[in-house]
Design a protein around this ligand. Sequence first.
Ligand code: DQA
Length: 144
Amino acid sequence: MKAILVIHGPNLNLLGEREPDVYGSVTLDAINAAVTALAAELKVSVAFFQSNHEGEMLEKIGQARKEFQAIIINPAAYTHTSVALRDAVAAAGLPTVEVHLSNIYAREEFRHKSLIAPVCKGQISGFGPMSYLLALRAVCNLLT
Ligand code: DQA
């Protein structure tokens, strides 16, 4: 069975209470449960990792090749700042899909640029929790 790593970046542990007007009221646990349910339907396995620390995310991505065939990542604020995360995704060499709950292009200008997207297969932005489900379908398609 193909295994997919889902990485949630900084402050996504606060979903449900964090700026609900922007990110909605669904918690990270509920998103992970929905992704797990779809993964069962699509006959893939998923593992989840959330961190507020860039270094921890780098280490997880660095080890991903050993266990996983693809990555779904919401790099959160690091999307717009982290060359290190971009280099880690490029080095992992796994098909990767970038996800955002909000439409980053409809928000402040500093969110319009993703340093990570150019080393990903694609980006899904703006569909709330459904962004993750669309990403899972995209990744499964890439793996078949
Ligand atoms: C986000 C968008 C980022 O700009 C922001 O820093 C986040 C969440 C999203 O999912 O919409 O933390 O990645």
